[in-house]
Design a protein around this ligand. Structure first.
Ligand SMILES: CC(C)(COP(=O)(O)OP(=O)(O)OC[C@H]1O[C@@H](n2cnc3c(N)ncnc32)[C@H](O)[C@@H]1OP(=O)(O)O)[C@@H](O)C(=O)NCCC(=O)NCCS
Length: 337
């Protein structure tokens, strides 16, 4: 996710004109003379998002170039309707963020956005400290002594998150490749791949848990059946899943995530299977978010000459979960982990 600081893209954020240039009370960029009437300070309110505001938030995410999936909002919302926030001032939305609950021991932060024309005025800091106290409240409910909060932080903001108690686990890089670049699977390969619907949900859920750290059944029930996309598995002769991956239509092209596999061969096969689904549709781009901690994944994107787009870091507050990163070839999403 690129941290953009430009103000020429203001119109894309569709904020009403009344909110533009409306700086928050504790940090004014205007010089004040003795004749200037001092307006009453207006406070930032942080409250839960409504469902329609989540659509706006994902539009902002698209404006940042994060390229959300076309139907992500619906799935994000059912995962944790209480997990999304807006900062509001004078009735206008001036910032967004999320802290999605997966289990008492795992939350994921994301969608941290302030419109370009309002950046650098302390709104982000205000939202972040709200998050910290909200996190604390929810963590106090946790039944574990080692709750974890994950996030994927842009490079520019990583020092700020570190100050806020997050530690960098590793960097992750979005890679892209054009459709049409993929050869068809041979019959021996095709016979190993299945649509996820052919497998018991419980088996898929368990394979996902091994790679995500907690069971996320509410999320997966939706995510594995994308309205515009596919979820595919590689299954061994013993009936065990050796790879799981989803490809979904995004604002631009297609996004793959997750891509979990027990080895490089299974990951390679599933990557080609997923890309073949969209290969013939039209000239388009496929994106994959690759953890740099997985040397096989790094080798795989090199093999197919996928182009690096941007890098952000997986960070955790609290002890990092023990995950088999060498089996994570693509994370599910940068917004919800
Ligand atoms: C990240 C973002 C939400 C911060 O909001 P903001 O209102 O501009 O932030 P603040 O003015 O409160 O600044 C808070 C801190 O963020 C850091 N920061 C903000 N913008 C930064 C930038 N472009 N580069 C480096 N650090 C930055 C600074 O540490 C700053 O603290 P300081 O003012 O004491 O130095 C906003 O810049 C944004 O929407 N960026 C684009 C989207 C994005 O990258 N989001 C983060 C995804 S992980």
């Amino acid at each position: 996710m690129k941290a953009s600081n430009t103000s020429d893209e203001t119109s894309k954020y569709a904020l009403p004109a009344s909110s533009l240039g409306n700086k928050i009370a504790f940090k004014s960029s205007k010089s004040v003379t003795s004749q200037t009437p001092i307006p009453a300070p207006t406070e930032i309110q942080i409250r839960q998002m409504t469902r329609s505001e989540l659509d706006l938030c994902l539009q902002w995410a698209a404006n940042e170039g994060w390229n959300p999936g076309l139907h992500d909002a619906e799935i994000f919302w059912v995962t944790d309707p209480q997990g999304f926030f807006v900062a509001e001032q004078d009735g206008q939305i001036i910032g967004t963020g999320s802290m999605v609950y997966y289990s008492p021991n795992l939350f994921f932060l994301g969608l941290f956005i302030v419109p370009p024309n309002l950046r650098g005025n302390g709104i982000g800091r205000e939202m972040f400290s709200h998050w910290q106290s909200h996190m604390q409240q929810r963590l106090e409910l946790a039944d574990d002594q080692s709750p974890k909060i994950g996030m994927d932080g842009v490079l520019a903001m990583q020092p700020f998150y570190k100050q806020g108690g997050f530690r960098l686990e590793h960097q992750q890089t979005r890679h892209s490749i054009m459709t049409g670049a993929w050869t068809k699977l041979n019959p021996n390969e095709s016979v190993c791949t299945r649509d996820v619907a052919e497998l018991p949900f419980e088996q898929v859920l368990e394979f996902d848990r091994l790679h995500f750290g907690v069971r996320r059944s509410t999320f997966l029930r939706q995510w594995l059946q994308p309205k515009d996309g596919w979820t595919r598995c590689v299954v061994g002769a013993d009936g065990q899943i050796t790879a799981l991956g989803t490809i979904r239509r995004a604002t631009k092209g297609w996004r793959i995530g997750p891509l979990f596999a027990t080895g490089r061969e299974a990951a390679d096969l599933l990557l080609r299977d997923l890309c073949n689904r969209v290969n013939q549709l039209r000239s388009d781009v496929v994106y994959l978010d690759v953890p740099q901690a997985n040397s096989d994944a790094v080798a795989l994107v090199k093999k197919y000459q996928m182009s690096p787009e941007f890098t952000c870091g997986r960070m955790y507050c609290g002890p990092a979960p023990t995950l088999p990163w060498q089996q994570i070839f693509g994370v599910t999403s940068l917004e919800l982990g």
